[in-house]
Design a protein around this ligand. Structure first.
Ligand code: ZN
Length: 86
């Protein structure tokens, strides 16, 4: 089963491998980008996104100016997903 990445938004580019808080409030440890959107040049794929994070993104609840949007999972989840596929 595919995990739905959480959304992390930022006015500045972020580095993977660090800890971030997703829009839904979940802590993402050692974040791995599943995808990224720079300056909203591409549409975010809702079906591949944590529903809570998505809800916050479209309701504009985030106080951060949205410029960079990342779909992120923790390193541990990324590892688990690789093992499932293998
Ligand atoms: Zn989320």
């Amino acid at each position: 089963m595919k995990r739905q990445p959480h959304l992390i938004v930022s006015p500045d580019p972020l580095k993977p491998g660090e800890n971030y808080q997703a829009l839904c409030g979940k802590e993402i440890e050692q974040a791995v980008w599943v995808w990224q959107v720079v300056e909203r040049g591409e549409a975010v794929d809702r079906l591949k996104t944590c529903p809570k994070c998505w809800g916050r993104l479209i309701s504009g609840e985030s106080s951060e100016p949205v410029k960079y949007v990342y779909g992120a999972i923790s390193a541990r989840d990324a590892q688990a997903e690789t093992e499932e596929v293998a």
